[in-house]
Ligand binder design. Structure first.
Ligand SMILES: *Cc1c(COP(=O)(O)O)cnc(C)c1O
Length: 458
């Protein structure tokens, strides 16, 4: 262990970069429950997934035994352009809030797409290219995933068709233009380019769309167009696997200086950044080699962990996707308008759900105005304008640091700063104007949505 002052930013040399993804499921004694076919109710097989997903990605999805999976050289080369992402010691924030705690954050916003989603997008595009595909389809809500995927596809010269929820397409033209700049075609959903889109338009004229509807369109196009497959930016095990690069880098950087976090905090939407950040630490915890407190932070308007139920549910509103056993608010749950678009999913990664159920991690729900207050406090001292999603983790990191101030404990806190908020300035404007509202669902609303869960026992 070194005695020199810990630098503001800890980087890794190119030669210290991870060469393998870490598959946490390989170390879990009780594995996450399998995805089920929506028609048969039986675990999905490789053959059933093959028309929808890329072959190598299905193998990764189904692999619950291999602990390490090599990162192909082409992906490692792309990572070198924007990774390692910095691990920053938040000296300025610590001083401003007067805490004895030591705060570190892993910053994933240092690329044009502005978030961690590029880590998985580049891997998924690579495997699609390897398979000889012409292109991929996907949906995007707020646009972070679509942006990351467009960048990845243009790098590997793959076609990229993005179905963007119509209300976002109209209200968030900037992300749309980034996607088009990278060569993607962006279609507002519902559209007249698919059967399901035409049906939805006929049934609900004037609808502004939903994520569930955009998924249905993207899947239809992938399965009915030769040489195309569908890709997804969160929730799935394969995405957590690719995002393990975040945790592996963070752990390697901390190990270099003999730093051991007491707690690890991250925002949880579908669970991919948190699953990636905690992966190697949770592995140690499961193997009994170390102990860490791990806290998932979710919006109070969409509280899957803290107020949802651990049950099989449909992954999408349209009920065409597989069933997943997860903490869920019900696939009919429509969260109130919320400015953390990336955290509005009704369910959660099956891996994180299982870990939470086993008591290996905690969860906390925070309200929107508190999140933006934390975001501004952070921006003013650390210089980075955080994405509203990321600010959920900032909020709880500051709360925990303030507890240390009361008790005098010098705890070490690590949190995931998943991205930047330049495309979220309408939300910041509402906060600055004092007109931002906190929406918190009532127990009755959640119960009504949970009452529609499918009845499945395994
Ligand atoms: C999408 C997104 C999230 C949430 O997604 P996860 O899959 O839970 O990681 C968090 N932060 C940012 C900046 C995002 O774009």
């Amino acid at each position: 262990m070194t005695t020199e002052k810990i630098p503001y930013k800890i980087y890794l040399e190119e030669t210290e970069m991870p060469t393998h993804y870490y598959n946490l499921r390989g170390d879990m004694t009780k594995k996450p429950a399998p995805l089920l076919h929506p028609g048969t109710g039986k675990p999905l097989t490789f053959e059933e997934m093959e028309p929808i997903f890329c072959e190598e990605l299905i193998k990764q999805e189904l692999d619950e035994d291999s602990k390490y999976i090599p990162i192909p050289q082409e992906i490692r080369d792309f990572y070198k352009m924007y990774r390692p992402s910095p691990l920053v010691r938040a000296y300025c924030l610590e001083e401003r809030i007067g805490t004895p705690a030591k705060i570190y954050y892993k910053f994933e916003g240092n690329n044009t797409s502005g978030s961690h989603k590029l880590n998985s997008a580049i891997a998924q595009a690579y495997y699609a290219k390897q398979q000889g595909l012409k292109g991929v389809t996907t949906e995007t809500g707020a646009g972070q995933w679509g942006t990351a995927l467009s960048m990845a596809c243009s790098y590997f010269q793959l076609d990229c068709k993005v179905y963007m929820v119509k209300v976002s397409y109209e209200q968030k033209p900037f992300r749309r233009e980034v996607m088009r700049t990278y060569g993607a075609s962006v279609t507002p959903s519902p559209s007249d380019t698919t059967n399901i889109g035409r049906k939805i338009l006929a049934d609900h004229p004037g609808t502004t769309g939903s994520l569930g509807c955009a998924i249905s369109e993207a899947v239809e196009v992938a399965t009915s167009t030769e040489g195309y497959r569908y890709v997804l930016g969160s929730v799935l095990n394969q995405v957590l696997l690719h995002q393990s690069i975040i945790g592996l880098e963070a752990k390697a950087a901390m190990d270099k200086y003999g730093i051991k976090p007491d707690m690890i905090i991250g925002a949880a939407g579908g669970g991919s950044n948190l699953g990636g950040l905690i992966a190697p630490f949770m592995g140690e915890k499961i193997r009994g080699e170390a102990d860490y407190r791990i806290i998932a932070v979710e919006p109070a308007s969409c509280p899957s962990f803290t107020r949802g139920k651990y049950a099989y549910d449909f992954a999408d509103t349209g009920k065409i996707c597989p069933l997943a056993k997860m903490y869920t608010l019900g696939s009919n749950y429509i969260p109130a308008p919320n400015h953390a678009g990336g955290l509005r999913y009704h369910g959660m990664s099956t891996t994180l759900s299982e870990l939470y159920d086993q008591g290996l991690m905690e969860a906390r729900a925070v309200s929107q105005t508190d999140v933006f207050a934390a975001a501004e406090e952070f921006a003013r001292v650390e210089g980075i304008l955080p994405a509203p999603e990321s600010a959920h983790a900032i909020k709880v990191a500051i709360d925990e640091a303030m507890k240390c101030k009361e008790t005098g404990e010098e705890k070490t806190i690590l949190f995931g700063l998943t991205g930047t908020g330049y495309f979220d300035l309408v939300a910041y404007q509402k906060y600055n104007d004092g007109v931002m509202e906190d929406f918190i669902p009532t127990d009755e609303e959640i119960a009504a949505s949970l009452a529609t869960l499918p009845e499945i026992e395994l």
